[in-house]
Design a protein around this ligand. Structure first.
Ligand code: KMH
Ligand code: ZN
Length: 276
C-alpha cells in the first residue's frame, strides 16, 4: 500500500453556475488563490477547467496558456488541464488544450451518459488525444466513469503503448448519473480490472463523496476532491471553499496513516517533468 496519499483538487468543473454557487472559483485570480490554498491544505495536483469573463466554461487557448503560467508562478502543484471540457465542447477544441503545454491532462476512456447529457469520448477521439499526449510529452490521467471504460483503457495501452512518463495513473469518477455507482463494491470491481502496476485515485460525485473517499483509502488508492464534484459539505451546508474539501481529505488520509503526498513526490510517481 502506498505510504502517502496523492490529493488532486478539481476546483471548478464545467457544470456548476457561478450565480448559484458564488464560492466557485471562476476568474483567474480566484482560481490561483484557491489553488494556492489547496496546496497549503495538502493537494499535489490541480485539475483545471476555466471560465470566460461571464463565468461560462471555455477552452480558449490563450486563457489556458495564461492559466498554466499563473498556476506555475504561484504554486508547485502539478497542472492537469481538463480535455473533457463541457459536454458541448467540440473535439478539436478539446484536442487543442494540449497546446497550452500543461504538465498533465485528463483523458476519459469512453462515452458515458452524464445526467440528461452525453459526455462523448468515442474511440477515434480517445486514440488521437492519447497519441497527442505522447507527442507533446503531457502525462495523461485516465478518467474512468464505468467498468467498460477500463476495457477501453487496456485497448488504448495495447494499441499505442505506455503513456508519456511511463506510468499509468487513473481516476475513478464515481456516482455520475449514467456511470458506475459511488460505492465500495463498484470501486473494488473497477480497481481489480486496472492494468498491472497502475495507480489510481477516486472521487465520488455529490453525496457519494465520503463513501468513495473512505473506500479509496481502505483499498490503497489516492483521492480527488473539489467543487467540480461536490457542492455540499454536509447535509444542508454548502461547500465554502475547495480548501476545506482538501483539508477534510488530508485529515481523513492522515487518520488512515497515509498523509498527503508532496507535489515533488507526486511528480516522481506520475512521471511529470520537474520544475525549477
Ligand atoms: N465536464 C465533464 C463533461 C474531464 O475533465 O476530463 C467532463 C469532465 C472530465 O469534467
Ligand atoms: Zn473535469
Amino acid at each position: 500500500m502506498t505510504a502517502s496519499t496523492l490529493i488532486t483538487v478539481a476546483p471548478t468543473g464545467a457544470e456548476a453556475d457561478k450565480s448559484a454557487v458564488p464560492a466557485l472559483p471562476t476568474s483567474l485570480v480566484e482560481l490561483v488563490n484557491e489553488a494556492a490554498a489547496c496546496e497549503e491544505a495538502g493537494a499535489a495536483v490541480v485539475h483545471v477547467h476555466i471560465r470566460d469573463d461571464e463565468a461560462r466554461p471555455t477552452l480558449d487557448l490563450a486563457r489556458l496558456v495564461d492559466t498554466v503560467q499563473a498556476l506555475r508562478e504561484s504554486t508547485r502543484l502539478i497542472v492537469q488541464l481538463s480535455t473533457g471540457g463541457a459536454v458541448t465542447d467540440p473535439y478539436e477544441d478539446r484536442l487543442r488544450v494540449l497546446d497550452a503545454a500543461p504538465d498533465a491532462c485528463s483523458l476519459t476512456c469512453g462515452t458515458v451518459n452524464f445526467g440528461d447529457d452525453v459526455f462523448m469520448n468515442p474511440w477515434p477521439f480517445m486514440a488521437e488525444l492519447y497519441q497527442r499526449t505522447q507527442e507533446l510529452e503531457v502525462v495523461p490521467e485516465f478518467e474512468l466513469f464505468d467498468l467498460g471504460q477500463v476495457a477501453s483503457l487496456h485497448r488504448l495501452l495495447d494499441a499505442y503503448g505506455p503513456p508519456y512518463g511511463g506510468h499509468v495513473h487513473c481516476d475513478l469518477v464515481m456516482g455520475v448519473p449514467g456511470g458506475m455507482p459511488g460505492d465500495a463494491a463498484s470501486l473494488v470491481a473497477a480497481v481489480a480490472a486496472l492494468p498491472e502496476g497502475a495507480t489510481w485515485s477516486a472521487t465520488g460525485i455529490g453525496r457519494t463523496t465520503l463513501p468513495v473517499m473512505y473506500a479509496a483509502l481502505s483499498a490503497g488508492g489516492h483521492l480527488r476532491v473539489g467543487m467540480e464534484d461536490t457542492l455540499t459539505y454536509a447535509k444542508g451546508r454548502p461547500v465554502a471553499s475547495n480548501a476545506e474539501l482538501v483539508e477534510r481529505a488530508a485529515v481523513v488520509a492522515g487518520l488512515a496513516q497515509r498523509p498527503p503526498m508532496s507535489s515533488d513526490r507526486a511528480r516522481e510517481l506520475l512521471g511529470v517533468k520537474g520544475i525549477s
